[in-house]
Design a protein around this ligand. Structure first.
Ligand code: ADP
Length: 153
């Protein structure tokens, strides 16, 4: 078949891949967690980004490896420094939702030069975004590999 048709097939496949089917489990910490404990959590959970949540599990902030490194080269005691002081906070967080296309989430990773995007669900009362998953560069790499194995559309 022609190249154009192959392209069309690939597009059809990409349009079926949604965040819902590929999202990973989010690793969350509370706002009053110390930077020290956040570093420990990052090692124990083996992730590159932690999501910071309020009491009811709604998104408050996000911390990356470099955010933690930056805090660690400062003079403060990491046990006494709450994560909320150094995190990137709402509303400046790039998020995605369950029905978004995976390729849209991938585009955000590139566009905003970030490693991870929280998958959120807006609460009915309008009081915040519940964190229900994560999309990372690893998620995209896995989906890419899977695409190569796909037998039929
Ligand atoms: P690193 O800083 O370890 O390279 P990132 O590139 O993911 O990791 O993060 C870069 C900066 O952007 C950090 O300050 C981080 O807090 C922030 N950040 C990470 N993910 C997001 C996101 N989804 N929305 C907004 N800011 C983010």
């Amino acid at each position: 078949y022609s190249g154009k048709k192959g392209n069309q097939l690939l597009k059809e496949m990409l349009n079926k891949m949604t965040v819902k089917d590929y999202k990973a489990v989010p690793v969350v910490i509370k706002e009053d967690t110390s930077v020290y404990d956040a570093i420990v959590t990052m090692f124990l959970e083996d992730v590159g980004t932690l999501y910071v949540v309020k009491e009811r599990g709604t998104l408050a902030g996000i911390v990356s490896r470099k955010d933690l490194l930056k805090a660690a080269i400062g003079k403060q005691s990491l046990q006494d420094l709450p994560i909320s002081v150094i995190m990137t906070r709402m509303p400046n967080i790039i998020t995605c939702q369950i029905d978004d296309l995976l390729i849209e989430a991938a585009n955000k990773l590139i566009q905003y030069q970030i490693d991870s995007i929280p998958v959120v669900k807006p609460l009915d009362n309008g009081e915040g975004l519940e964190v229900i998953g994560r999309i990372t560069k690893t998620t995209i790499a896995k989906a890419f590999v899977e695409l190569g194995k796909e037998k039929e559309v």
